[in-house]
Design a protein around this ligand. Structure first.
Ligand code: ADP
Length: 328
């Protein structure tokens, strides 16, 4: 929707789980806005910092030498109180008192929902950028941090493959992604994994055993099973136990965990974040809000925020088929 409010001052925050590339996004937001004569505040520690009035004024140097670093210079947090409308009203008042005309939110689904409610309830101009390794935000083909997380996991699995091959072993490697299967699918395809297991599907241990045995028969010296963590890490131990019971295969477990969240962002994530920050500010200044900067068919475009609040998990069918076809 197009609106006419004159925006002279904005604030930017990062919220929820951190992701590599958030710093590039902050840099792009800050420098695009400064270049358009807008005053910019950074809010430290997400919505929690907003409620604590934790503002810092940003200039071009505030975002110097951060493009290559993972994490977020603004830091992040979870803030359960933000689910309450009276707490969001307090946040809006703090922004008003500070003279902030618009808010830029960099985060995942939860952070988008918080921003959307601020906009709905108080008419605050809000723009969101998808900062999450899970790649589960509706409306965007890719989120900032996903490519880096996949690359980190692929590097780790390649190393595990070396030892698995040398010792003729089966490894179960558990990757992050909460309820999203995107990381597992990409890592599975990119590492030539023999199986990919999703918590959302019932565990077919007979199928996994027979795939491993078929591989051994045709001369494979190792097998890698990629397992998506789901809500709680640890599914890989269940797979290990059942594999041993079913077919005597004694697999090793490796849970990659938080290493997938950190590290220097890939050029793909840096480029995406840089484009998204720029598009978000340009949209805001042309009165196009509330929106989410979204990557759609190769272009970064502003999409109505209300279209981007859901969780997507669209990769399952075609990428599962691809992984199966290539791992015979
Ligand atoms: P992410 O943004 O990475 O998905 P969370 O789901 O933890 O991470 O959300 C981050 C923060 O966004 C929460 O701690 C809370 O402050 C806010 N938030 C999440 N969901 C909502 C909601 N439905 N309403 C208001 N605020 C929300």
């Amino acid at each position: 929707m197009t609106q006419n409010k004159k925006i002279k001052s904005i604030a930017v925050l990062t919220s929820g789980g951190d992701s590599p590339g958030m710093n590039c996004a902050i840099r792009s937001v800050v420098r695009t806005a400064l270049g358009r004569g807008i005053k910019v505040y950074g809010i430290k520690r997400g919505y929690l910092g907003l409620l604590e009035s934790n503002f810092i004024e940003m200039n071009a140097s505030s975002v110097g030498n951060i493009i290559q670093h993972g994490g977020t210079i603004l830091q992040t947090s979870r803030c359960p109180e933000f689910h309450k409308s009276e707490v969001r009203a307090k946040a809006y008042k703090i922004l008003q008192d500070k003279g902030v005309d618009a808010l830029v939110v960099i985060g995942g689904n939860g952070s988008y929902n918080g921003g959307h409610l601020l906009s709905e309830e108080h008419g605050l101009p809000v723009v969101c950028l998808p900062g999450t390794i899970d790649n589960d935000i509706e409306g965007t083909d890719y989120s900032i941090g996903f490519d880096t997380a996949v690359q980190t996991a692929v590097d780790a699995v390649d190393k595990i493959r070396d030892t698995a091959h040398s010792h003729e072993r089966t490894f179960i490697v558990e990757v992050m992604g909460r309820r999203s299967s995107a990381i597992a699918l990409h890592v599975g395809v990119c590492t030539g994994a023999e199986n990919i297991v999703f918590p959302s599907e019932s565990l077919d241990i007979k199928q996994i055993s027979s795939d491993i045995k078929r591989g051994i028969k045709r001369g494979k010296s190792s097998s890698i099973i990629i397992c998506a963590e789901g809500n709680e890490p640890g599914l890989s131990y269940k797979i290990k136990e059942e594999l041993l019971k079913d077919s005597g295969i004694d697999a090793h477990v490796c849970i990659l965990g938080h290493i997938q969240r950190g590290g220097s962002p890939t050029s793909i994530d840096r480029f995406l974040a840089s484009r998204m920050g720029h598009v978000a500010i340009e949209a805001l200044l042309s009165g196009n809000y509330p929106i989410a900067a979204s990557f759609v068919k190769g272009e970064v475009i502003p999409l109505d925020l209300s279209q981007c609040l859901g969780k997507k998990d669209e990769y399952l069918p075609h990428f599962t088929d691809l992984a199966r076809a290539l791992s015979i």
